[in-house]
Ligand binder design. Structure first.
Ligand code: PMP
Length: 398
């Protein structure tokens, strides 16, 4: 049997998403697909909290392509961007921008920490920049940024603001229209609870204006100007073609988004994050980021001294897949546990992860309190499966 996915994406998917993913491919000109795509766009606006003037985009690719798309549609070679780096995905954004010929000013922090808003403001005072880039949750460190304050800062300085929400959207609080974020990019396989393969982003009118003002157009396949009429047509119920869309992934992702009532999902994700951190404390596992900076969607944890660094492999042999360290400074004595998407509605699966991890730690002589960890989980997530189900949006037939 495949192990349970507690890596930070791809994540476990729900039965209705599995069922949708198993359907035969749809023609991209079919009425069913056109309706599904329109629904995808509308649901993205709800989940991103973007108003009707914001434009969602979805095309084949992963989160990295969405990053590339944002960089190449907003900035011309020779312009300057400030990138707030809280892990390797921030550094990836900087490299993407540099390949576009953009001058990058990096604001970094030690692994597991976040630069203060005051420091970012100081750099913005010193450097005339065109755009600010940040990662809501950097999956390599589990650091979550204060996006609301960053957005406020970007508005005050009148610079474009691009947010990598790959490991956040659908779980962490984000209000794109309310906070005034120009692009929030994501991918299908994390807190949104879909299979991997769909690049997603929502652009503000100002972001689309920036694209129209470019001197050097982006590569054709990721040009938002090329995709815009197709998205408009599909949302309006008309077939349209620019490049063949991944119809099966769209169907599965729509099934996943139908299960997200965003207010509920964000509140539940916060409780799951708190519950997992309570469980880690009982297992005597220390978090890499300090509590105030830690994500709700995943945890980065130190491996205790007496426990072998092969901990992720040992867990995999017991049917629970967690992730090893990705950030060079956190190697080899750390690991990461994803707890977003479908598992946030399955306390039994979260409990299985905690129990198996606890058992391995105890076997290695680490003083983990497994029952204490499970009780902590139950305390923070008191409701039964049935109650959780009641809160779920009923999956409609697709
Ligand atoms: N940004 C963040 C925050 C991520 O976690 C990831 C994937 N782990 C990416 C970007 C890149 O996404 P993908 O692997 O889907 O290309």
């Amino acid at each position: 049997m495949d192990p349970l996915l507690f890596i930070p994406g791809p994540v476990e998917i729900s039965p209705s998403v599995r069922q949708a993913a198993a359907e035969p491919p749809l023609a991209h000109g079919s009425t069913t697909f056109v309706e599904l795509f329109g629904e995808l766009v509308r649901r993205m606006r709800e989940i991103w909290r973007a108003g009707p003037e914001f434009q969602p985009f979805a095309f084949a690719g992963s989160g990295t392509l969405a990053m590339e798309t944002a960089a190449c549609n907003l900035l011309d070679p020779g312009q300057t961007a400030l990138v707030v780096q809280t892990g390797i995905f921030g550094e990836r954004m900087s490299r993407i921008l540099e390949r576009r010929g953009v001058h990058v000013v990096r604001v970094t922090a030690d692994a597991g920490e976040a630069p203060t808003i005051a420091r970012i403001a100081e750099v913005l005072d010193d450097e005339p920049v065109h755009a600010l880039f940040a990662t809501h949750v950097d999956t390599s460190t589990a650091v979550r940024l204060d996006v609301r304050s960053l957005a406020e800062l970007a508005r005050k300085k009148d610079v474009l603001f691009v947010l990598d929400g790959v490991c956040a959207i659908g779980g962490e609080l984000c209000d794109q229209a309310g906070w005034g974020i120009d692009v929030v990019l994501a991918a299908s396989q994390k807190a949104l609870g879909g299979p991997p393969g769909l690049s997603l982003l929502v652009a503000s009118p100002r972001a689309l204006e920036a694209r129209r003002g470019l001197r050097a157009p982006p590569p054709l396949a990721i040009d938002l100007e090329e995709w815009l009429p197709v998205h408009h047509a599909l949302e309006g119920g008309l077939p349209s073609y620019f490049a063949t869309p991944p119809t099966s992934l769209v169907r599965a992702t729509v099934a996943a988004l139908r299960e997200i009532d965003i207010r509920d999902a964000v509140a539940r994700q916060a409780r799951v994050g708190a519950a997992m951190h309570s469980a880690w404390r009982a297992l005597r596992l220390a978090s890499v980021p300090a509590e105030g900076d830690a994500a709700h969607t995943l945890s980065a944890l130190w491996i205790p001294e007496q426990v072998r660094t092969t901990l992720p492999q040992r867990l995999a042999s017991l049917g629970v897949l967690v992730a090893g360290p990705l950030h060079p400074s956190l190697k080899p004595r750390s690991f990461r546990v994803g707890h977003m998407g479908y598992v946030t509605r399955r306390r039994d699966l979260l409990e299985r992860c905690v129990r198996i991890l606890g058992r391995v730690l105890v076997d290695e002589g680490h003083p983990a309190d497994v029952e204490g960890a499970v009780s902590a989980l139950h305390r923070e997530l008191p409701e039964s499966e049935r109650e959780v189900d009641r809160h779920r949006l009923a999956a409609r037939p697709y």
